[in-house]
Every structure is written in C-alpha cells, then in structure tokens.
Ligand binder design. Sequence first.
Ligand code: NDP
Length: 264
Amino acid sequence: MYKLFSIFGNPVSHSRSPLMHNTVFKNCNYSACYTRTLLKDGTKLKETFFALGLDGANVTVPHKESAYEACDEIRGFAKKIGVVNTLINENGKLIGYNTDADGFMYAIDEFKNIKNILVLGAGGTAKALVQKFLEEGLHVSILNRSQARLSYFEKLDCECYTWENFALQHYDLVVNTTSAGLGDENLPAPQEIIDTILNNTRYVADAIYGKITPFLQLAKEKKLTCKDGSDMLLGQGVLANELFCNFELDKEAIKKEMQKSFQF
Ligand code: NDP
C-alpha cells in the first residue's frame, strides 16, 4: 500500500522535510510520498489532514499547538508539553507525538559540560526544549519578546524574562527558538541585549536552518562555537520517519539516507 505524508505550516515553502523523507522512502524502497501543505488556519488542520487522505504528517510554525488540540490521542513527550510536531493516522484516529526535543538533544550532543542554558523565545519549540532541559537537570532561563507566552514557563523551575527586565548570567549555551530571522532579518531581541548575551556564552544554537540568521551571523563574528538547526532537523526527522514507517526501517539506515538529502 502506498502511503502519503505531508508537512503543515505557514510558511511552508522553505521546509526541507519533503526532501528528507522522500530520500529515505526512495532509497529504502518504502512505498510512500511526502508533500507540503500551506495551512493558514490551524483550526482546519484535522479536516485538511483527512481530506488529503494522509497517513501521517509533520507540523511546523505556527500550528504545533493547534495540532495538539486536533489530536484524538497524544503519546509520549508531547503530552507533557502540549505541542505536537508529528501526526499519525491510526485507523482513522489522529495520534500526536513530539520529536523536536529529542532531535535537539541529539544535535547538541557534541557540546560538552552544559549546565546553564538561555532559551530565546517562548513558543512551541521553547516548550519542548525547556521541558527536556529541566528533565536533564539543567538550569534554564527564558527570554521572550512579550509576557503572554511566559506564563506557561513561570509555573516551571526556570527563570523568565522579557526584554524589559532581563538579568544577564553566564551561560554554557544560548538557543534561539524564536522565528526572528526565519522570513526576515530580525534579531531575536534588541542588538544591545544580544551582544551582551553572546559575550557571556560558550556555545550558540539556532533552531532555524537553511540560512544564517542575523543572530547566528553575530555569534560567528564573535568566534563562538555555533550551529544552525540542521542537526535538530535531522534528529527530529529520523524519529518522525520511524513513526511514519511504523519502525519497519532501521534507524541507522534512515539517518544515513536522510543525511544525504542535506547535500542537495
Ligand atoms: P512559535 O510560533 O510557537 O513561537 C515563536 C516565538 O518566536 C515566540 O516566542 C515569539 O515571541 C518569538 N518571535 C517571533 N518573531 C519574533 C521577533 N521578530 N523577535 C523576537 N521574538 C520573536 O514557533 P515555534 O516555536 O514552533 O518555532 C520557532 C522556530 O524554530 C521557527 O523558526 C522554526 O522554523 C524553528 N524550528 C526548527 C526546527 C528544526 O528542526 N530545526 C524544529 C522546530 C522549530 P512572542 O511570544 O513575543 O510572539
């Protein structure tokens, strides 16, 4: 049986997920195809998913929280954070998972002795990463443009700041999870704040991939060890592909084939 998958987002034209998953399907002889779907209204996610006859999907900005709402059942880490990036059609029921956090932990494996982390942004990706960092016993601070989304994090064991009341520390790692720099050339916070942050960290990671954001560019200019979101993308993609193929493919084979798509 031929399976059909898609990614939902707005914007979605930049997404590398179709290429990543299709490379695996093709090279592993798995009968499936992965497309992309521009979805403007997150409340239409479920009906669009079934109208397209999908077997599974990924969800990206800004619909990951709507995806959680749309599911009939949530499994694993997604339950803890209320954010879904992977959907599976299980006998007509929509099952939600989150593979972003584990994908990110895979990405920063090479960064050593991480104890104190600053997360820029307070959206769905930040929720996933912060909960994972706390599970790992790390000290976490969050800096967001506005107050509203911080309320979720204020209930957790971490420090929350807006640009107005930010208190600097020395960090091992700073992660940009905002969408600043994705479709524009904005920094995730005013330049004077970003400058002091980058002067007080060892490592820098950006969740955005496929372009050097102004944030990452600044980190590079300061000669910091940094990485864009490609490895996170790979990590979350491998885990999603295992779910799509119902664990019929070998994980190392998925990773090897998916990595090839990064060379195109
Ligand atoms: P959300 O829409 O849930 O959250 C966006 C966050 O960015 C909010 O905190 C928002 O702040 C902040 N923000 C948006 N614009 C600006 C700006 N101009 N200046 C400062 N802050 C801003 O997005 P997600 O968490 O789902 O995704 C965030 C980013 O992570 C995206 O760029 C996405 O592509 C990337 N990503 C990459 C992955 C990978 O595999 N590499 C996986 C998942 C995500 P406010 O609350 O004030 O609105």
